[in-house]
Design a protein around this ligand. Sequence first.
Ligand code: SF4
Length: 266
Amino acid sequence: VGVQGLAHDRVTIALWKKIQSLVIAVEGELVTKDGQLMGRLDLLLADVDDSGNLRGWLVADLKTGKPPQGKLKPEVNRQLRMYRDILLSNNEKAPPVQAQGWYTDTSSKWDAVGENVLEAAYEAWSATQPSDTPLEPTPGKSSCGGFCDWKAWCPHWWNWRHQNKSLHKGDFADGVVILHQYDEGRSTATVEECVPKDALGGVEPTGQMRTISFDGRGKEVLEALLDDGHQGPIFLGSAMMNREVWRVGPWCDVLPWNPIPDSGMS
Ligand code: SF4
């Protein structure tokens, strides 16, 4: 519950209910009114004083990586301020909003501080030009090992994971699978794990079958993909794979696996 030194077995039902009463949104999608900028927040909480009066909103972003040394890294600080500023721009009557990074490793919380970032974000958005040729790949722990929006189109993270034997290991892990069967009533799928056949992201099925449970937005996008008639391999981003039945929830990406070669689209 984000309290340092509080063991799980000391979290009482009353405490848990109290925390639940403060939750405004979980895994919510944030989109600016014009639809140009977006983000996904983990948790939006009401910040109340001892008398239960609302002081403000608290955006909590759960981080499983290395906790900061002294202050948040600039890019994390910027990401959290973006959530804060989208919330403020979409809600004219919003109370004060504080965004924090919550690091599970040390149960520590770190404030995002600084100016509004929306103007700079719009500038960056306007300066972005579509191109058929990908940027130079930078495979490694601090790039492909973390969150990257481009994994469904990039073969490098997949080869890197396969080579260092970390493919489909742990939670918030990525993978490429072939769907064999989907039970809409139960929201479960039978899939086959795949590994890279070549450097270009060609797919080699392994024969290793898995059951996946889908929920929330993860379920919606899978069903939309199937309704569109998608038949090829599927990229799963940030799935819970550290368990017998994998979970693909609202925070996950479910996209056609469509790697683009380094030489470009054509
Ligand atoms: S997945 Fe591809 S685009 Fe993303 S960080 Fe790795 S090499 Fe770069």
